[in-house]
Design a protein around this ligand. Structure first.
Ligand code: PEP
Length: 252
C-alpha cells in the first residue's frame, strides 16, 4: 500500500511568530504519528525559522514554488538550490492559485518539475479543473492534459518519486470538497494516465493526493478511498488540531 502523505500548504498566511508557533504545535502533536508522512509548506520567507523548529521531528517541510533557473537575474524568485539549502524536501508546483491568479502555464510547470527532480527534491504537482470545466464534463480531459504536460520529458525512473495532487479548483478554499466518489473517479483516471505514460508499476508507486477543503470531518472517508494516497491541505493546516485531526482520520 502507498504510504499517505499529508501536507499543509500555509499559502500567504501567518507572520514569523505565528509560523514558528504553528510549527511547534504540529511537531509536538505529530510525535506519535508513525502511519503517515507529514509535511508543512510555509511561506518561503519563514521556511528557515520553521526548519529550525522541525529539525529532528517527524515533520518535513517544503516551499510553495520555485523558479526553474539555477541562479541569476530573476527578481523575486527562489531556486531549487535555495530550497534545498533550507532543508526542504517538497516543492508544490502548479498550484491552481499560481496557474489561475499568477498565470503559470503547463510549460512553466513542466520546467519547474524538471528543475525540482534534477535538484533532488520532490515535486507535488497540482492538477485540477475549474467549475466551468467540470460542468462541461471536461474534468478528465483537463487533468490528463495537465498531468502529461507536467511530466513531459520526465523519465520513468524520475517519475517514480513525484507526488501528484488532484485539486479541483472549485473545491479549494471554498469549504466545498469533492465527494469521495468524485475524487476517487479522478484518481483512478489519473492512475490510468500514469500507467499509459509509464507503466502499471510506476503508476501504482506514485502517490496521488487529494486537495480541496479537506477537514477532519471529511478526511476519513476521502482518505479511505483506494486511490487517494494523502491530502494537500490549505485552510485546515493553519490550526494544529485540525491538521492533526486530518491525520487521525487515516487508517493505520
Ligand atoms: C490548497 O491550498 O491546496 C487547498 C486545498 O486549500 P483548502 O484546503 O483550503 O481548500
Amino acid at each position: 500500500m502507498r504510504r499517505a502523505l499529508i501536507a499543509g500548504n500555509w499559502k500567504m498566511n501567518l507572520d514569523r511568530a505565528g509560523a514558528i508557533s504553528l510549527a511547534k504545535g504540529v511537531a509536538e502533536q505529530a510525535r506519535e504519528v508513525d502511519h503517515a508522512d507529514l509535511a508543512v509548506i510555509p511561506p518561503s520567507v519563514y521556511v528557515d525559522a520553521v526548519a529550525s523548529v522541525l529539525q529532528g521531528s517527524n515533520v518535513a517541510w517544503g516551499v510553495q514554488n520555485v523558479y526553474w533557473k539555477p541562479n541569476g537575474a530573476f527578481t523575486g524568485e527562489i531556486s531549487v538550490a535555495m530550497a534545498k539549502d533550507l532543508g526542504c524536501r517538497y516543492v508544490v508546483i502548479g498550484h491552481s492559485e499560481r496557474r489561475h491568479i499568477l498565470g503559470e502555464s503547463d510549460e512553466d510547470v513542466n520546467n519547474k518539475v524538471h528543475a525540482v527532480i534534477d535538484g533532488g527534491l520532490v515535486p507535488i504537482i497540482c492538477v485540477g479543473e475549474t467549475l466551468e470545466e467540470r460542468e462541461k464534463e471536461r474534468t478528465l480531459v483537463v487533468v490528463e492534459r495537465q498531468t502529461l504536460a507536467a511530466l513531459a520529458g520526465v523519465s520513468a525512473d524520475k517519475a517514480r518519486g513525484v507526488v501528484l495532487a488532484y485539486e479541483p479548483v472549485w473545491a479549494i478554499g471554498t469549504g466545498k470538497n469533492a465527494t469521495p466518489a468524485q475524487a476517487e473517479e479522478v484518481h483512478v483516471a489519473l492512475r490510468k494516465v500514469l500507467a499509459g505514460r509509464y507503466n502499471r508499476e510506476i503508476a501504482e508507486a506514485i502517490r496521488i493526493q487529494y486537495g480541496g477543503s479537506v477537514k477532519p470531518d471529511n478526511a476519513r472517508e476521502l482518505l479511505s478511498q483506494p486511490n487517494i494516497d494523502g491530502a494537500l491541505v490549505g485552510g485546515a493546516s493553519l490550526k494544529v488540531d485540525q491538521f492533526l485531526g486530518i491525520v487521525a482520520g487515516l487508517s493505520r
